[in-house]
Design a protein around this ligand. Structure first.
Ligand SMILES: Cc1cc2nc3c(=O)[nH]c(=O)nc-3n(C[C@H](O)[C@H](O)[C@H](O)COP(=O)(O)OP(=O)(O)OC[C@H]3O[C@@H](n4cnc5c(N)ncnc54)[C@H](O)[C@@H]3O)c2cc1C
Length: 441
């Protein structure tokens, strides 16, 4: 079964590895990758001894121990990883607030603490009395779930920064299971200063000792040297009998991890309604930039959230040099700043970097004389945006792909909010299906 896998991010690489491990002839597995190296969103970059993850700080964690062990084993084994305690905070004026915010109310100034607590209790009470169902739009959902105080002090400004559109345009469906649901007793305790944890998921994470997060995809790619066609963008996909032609070459089976939004331009014969659905799927892009610092030590933080406009346009800053001692030269440290923008909008203004640095100075996190240099990378597809048309558009896209036998996989191949471990888990499941199919002939 001659198989083409489009895209050599972690999804495409993992699928190729599982197919070969499962017995498919290596010579039948072909990976097309537009970029000169594999990795996709898991890629990292090293500049003058400073290493950073180009699509935002990445950590390895998973509820699926087998998938995580497989990722580590493919990248040098346990010894090649640093084990870290997650320590994340929200910067609120000149204070550090425990994350998640509702478990950190006691860290706030008294008035904000009171407003957040009063709103939380009121919202909780209203839900008890009315038994109201979760509102469908995210803006209303935030107030229904957290109350006015937390909405105004944290949830609204933070989410507006990251999603770059009115929150009423976003569906609340995606929050289920993603936003922690703190019991009211925990929030009351937190407000009077009794520490409650709130979010034990990802309490511990792993990170490659050398080479940034990309060490994981490098490890996979190293075993696929004969299968990888780098710097080979897919420019056309045509049906040919039961299979497909990729750039004119025939394959029995094609698996695409390319963004669904890009397929109408590549695939011949997409019906206009399906093409419109694919093109209409909303996403955000990201500008990530490294700030190399002449600073010997950072506080023991993993990453921080910057909710307020006065803190500049970055929504999140990763303490990149804390992830691995090899992410910065000895005696130096680094930040990684993330700024999102609408995937169909203009790139952020030329002075964005300057605004971010000013914001960090204002937040008391940086002194200008510490900055050695910065280095920036844009990633076009970074976040799936769950607007109200998402479910319908995605169903139209995936439905048609199933009909024509073009198999989608990956974060933007299926438009799902997946981390790299979920990509591996889904690649493993798809490989099992394809191997069974190959065995049946
Ligand atoms: C800000 C941010 C933070 C994240 N944090 C974490 C984290 O902490 N932990 C974690 O596990 N995950 C994290 N993720 C998610 C993780 O990056 C993704 O789940 C994963 O990298 C997606 O892999 P993929 O292979 O599905 O897609 P991609 O990595 O997007 O791979 C698709 C590949 O297709 C290639 N391609 C595109 N068009 C063409 C074409 N026409 N022809 C050929 N090739 C093409 C691209 O170059 C790319 O290599 C984060 C993501 C973001 C954006």
């Amino acid at each position: 079964m001659k198989t083409a896998i489009l895209g050599a991010g972690v999804s495409g690489l993992a699928l190729a590895r599982f197919l070969v491990e499962g017995g498919l002839a290596s010579s039948d597995v072909h990976l097309f990758e537009a970029a000169p190296s594999a990795g996709g969103l898991c890629a990292s970059k090293t500049v003058d001894g400073f290493t950073y993850d180009v699509a935002g700080g990445h950590i390895l964690f998973s509820k699926d121990a087998e998938a995580m062990a497989w990722m580590k084993a493919n990248a040098g084994g346990e010894a090649a990883f640093v084990r870290r305690d997650r320590n994340t905070k929200i910067r609120f004026e000149d204070r550090w607030v425990h994350y998640p915010f509702e478990n950190g109310l006691g860290d706030l100034p008294p008035r904000a603490n009171y407003e957040c607590l009063a709103g939380y209790v009121q919202a909780w009470h209203e839900r008890q009395v009315s038994g109201s169902a979760a509102p469908r739009d995210f803006a209303t959902w935030i107030r229904w779930r957290f109350g006015d105080g937390i909405a105004e002090h944290f949830m609204d400004p933070y989410n507006e920064k990251i999603w770059k559109r009115p929150l009423s345009e976003i569906s609340s469906d995606w929050v289920a299971g993603r936003v922690p649901d703190a019991p009211v007793a925990d929030v009351l305790k937190a407000a009077v200063g009794l520490r409650t944890e709130g979010y034990t998921h990802q309490a511990i994470f792993y990170y490659p000792r050398h080479g940034g997060f990309q060490a994981i995809t490098d490890g996979l790619a190293a075993q696929l040297a004969g299968n990888l066609r780098l710097s080979t963008p897919v420019t056309s996909l045509q049906r040919a009998g039961d299979g497909w032609k990729v750039n004119g070459e025939a394959f029995d089976r094609v698996v695409s991890t390319l963004p669904l939004t890009d397929l109408p331009a590549l695939v011949e014969g997409v019906p206009s309604g399906v093409a419109e659905a694919m093109r209409g799927l909303a996403f955000n892009s990201i500008l990530c930039f490294l700030v190399a610092l002449d600073r010997a030590e950072h506080p023991d933080l993993s990453w921080i959230y910057l909710p307020h406009p006065s803190q500049g346009p970055a929504n999140r800053v990763t303490y990149m040099s804390n992830y691995s001692p090899n992410n910065a030269p000895a005696g130096r440290t680094s930040f990684l700043c993330e700024v999102t923008y609408d995937g169909r909008g203009a790139k952020p203004a030329a002075d964005t970097e300057e605004q971010v640095l000013r914001g960090l100075e204002h937040a008391g996190l940086l002194r200008r004389e510490e900055v050695l240099f910065t280095d920036a990378v844009h990633s076009r597809h970074a976040y799936v945006v769950f607007d109200h048309a998402y479910a319908e558009r995605r169903a139209a896209a995936l439905g048609w792909l199933a009909e024509v036998g073009l198999t989608p996989l990956g974060r933007f191949g299926r438009f799902e909010y997946d981390n790299s471990d979920a990509c591996v888990i889904k690649a493993r499941a798809l490989a099992a299906e394809l191997l069974a199919e190959a065995a049946r002939g």
